[in-house]
Design a protein around this ligand. Structure first.
Ligand SMILES: [Zn+2]
Length: 471
């Protein structure tokens, strides 16, 4: 059985799923900018967690929400003079493009907050009727003093808790806890005009302006319950969401329904750049396309993100990126080499290697430890010439979680048929081309192919063979 660290209990715990299918909710992006590499590090961590669970044999239903309405998106749309939907759409597209580049393909559903307005209105009404909410200035607030245990999750100092203060902003700090907004009056926002279905407004027992929108925290309470039920198994987020976001999700959901929201809470640490917090003003703020322009590939960034445990800070430096590049190169060279025949029986060796890999992951998703086992496996394999299909199977196995292009789909020397006399130069280029294909460098592969063609030779890719002949 594997163990995971639960923020709620501050302990490593055995995992006991509620049912056959594990329900996992990960707070997703706010669609007001292109994700920065700190966000991307977190998305990679979510992907590795889900893929590890699947490797352990669990079925998983993974939901990641898209915040397409909150303080930041509304501000951005107003500044651009755009409709909210059009404004958030552009950032949604970049987000999905980045996920694809980073091979993050384990998430099943991406609900958008604007599709759940009716259910959000309903939750506000339940909280109001239950005596947990009140109206002030046309907005509805959650009274934190009414919820027993408010602050426990985030370890707030209860002595200093000022329950009289009200907070309108979606984001605020631990030093400033207060009654937070569930439904925010906004005279400039008309959901109907924005094409948002607000559901049935009648039947609510309080007088508030129709012009308004949900608080950010409310969105996650509603979408997780709608798609996973309550309680569900695992809730993921960045450490900066522990307070107020997750504390408030817990207060809303548990006050309304008298049940736990989630059984395990996982939090991913920050990414630093050269030991400092990333910020636009420091000029150390990067997106994936910034890295690509500097010549780094998405796979290299993914590898770097995986090389640090999700509960540790990751220091992004030029050097760490170079190291990731080198390490990835070494693994891919091994993948290429694995197409050769093994000199000895290596089944047992790779079975043990798989075991070491999964055992590391069972220790609170310790990917860096799993990677360590991979590199010592590779070193041993070279020493003993353990290649061939057991090595290839091993690589496919670990790539189910790592997703860094280790699945062997290239052919080694023994699969290449040379018809007639072929010069060493051509043979070298054919092998180079296979290597390039292994590295998903299709541009280089194509260039090598036309070079070989220009020199008067044909390359035919067949099912398990490559045939080289003179034209
Ligand atoms: Zn959330």
């Amino acid at each position: 059985m594997f163990k995971l660290y639960n923020t709620q209990t501050r302990k490593l715990q055995d995992f006991k799923p509620i049912s056959e299918k594990v329900g996992l909710y990960a707070c997703g992006p706010t669609l007001y900018n292109a994700p920065h590499i700190g966000n991307l590090r977190y998305f990679v961590a979510v992907d590795a967690v889900v893929k590890s669970l699947r490797l352990f044999g669990y079925k998983v239903n993974c939901v990641m929400n898209l915040t397409d309405i909150d303080d930041k998106t509304l501000k951005g749309a107003r500044e651009q003079g755009a409709k909210l939907k059009d404004y958030t759409k552009q950032f949604g597209e970049i987000f999905f493009e980045d996920l694809k580049k980073l091979r993050i393909d384990s998430i099943d559903k991406f609900p958008r907050a604007t599709d759940y307005f009716a259910q959000m209105r309903e939750l506000v009404a339940i909280l109001y009727k239950g005596g947990f909410a009140y109206v002030a200035d046309g907005s509805v607030y959650f009274a934190i003093g009414k919820f027993n245990g408010y602050g426990d999750f985030a370890h707030l100092d209860k002595e200093g808790l000022k329950v009289s203060a009200r907070v309108d902003n979606d984001e605020y700090s631990k030093d400033n806890p207060g009654d937070f907004v569930l439904w925010k009056a906004d005279p400039h926002f008309d959901a109907g005009e924005e094409g948002i279905n607000t559901g049935n407004f009648s039947g609510e027992e309080y007088e508030i302006t129709e012009k308004g929108r949900p608080g950010w925290h409310l969105e996650c309470s509603v979408m997780s319950r709608e798609l996973l039920g309550q309680p569900f198994d695992i809730h993921l987020g960045g450490v900066d969401l522990i307070f107020p976001h997750h504390q408030n999700e817990i207060a809303q959901s548990e006050a309304a329904f008298g049940k736990k929201l989630a059984n395990y809470w996982l939090h991913c640490e920050h990414l630093l750049v050269d030991g400092k917090k990333m910020s636009k003003s420091l000029g150390n703020f990067y997106t994936l396309s910034d890295l690509e322009q500097k010549g780094a590939s998405p796979d290299e960034f993914r590898f770097l993100a995986l090389s640090s445990h999700y509960r540790n800070k990751l220091d992004f430096t030029q050097n760490s990126l170079l190291q990731a590049k080198e390490s990835l190169k070494r693994l891919r060279e091994f993948a290429f080499k694995s197409a050769e025949q093994s000199k000895q029986d290596s089944d047992k060796f790779f079975a043990t290697a798989k075991d070491n890999f999964i055992k590391a992951l069972e220790d609170d998703f310790n990917v860096p430890k799993a990677l360590e086992s991979v590199f010592s496996t590779v070193t041993e394999a070279y020493k003993n010439s353990y290649f061939g299909s057991p090595a290839q199977e091993y690589l496919s196995y670990i790539d189910q979680v790592l997703s860094i292009g280790l699945k062997v789909n290239t052919k080694g020397e023994e699969n290449i048929i040379y018809e007639g006399e072929i010069s060493q130069e051509i043979k070298r280029m054919v092998l180079e081309r296979e290597k390039a294909r292994q590295n998903s460098d299709y541009g280089l592969a194509d260039r090598l192919r036309s070079k070989v063609n220009d020199l008067g030779y044909d390359i035919k890719d067949e099912k398990n063979k490559i045939r080289i002949s003179k034209k």
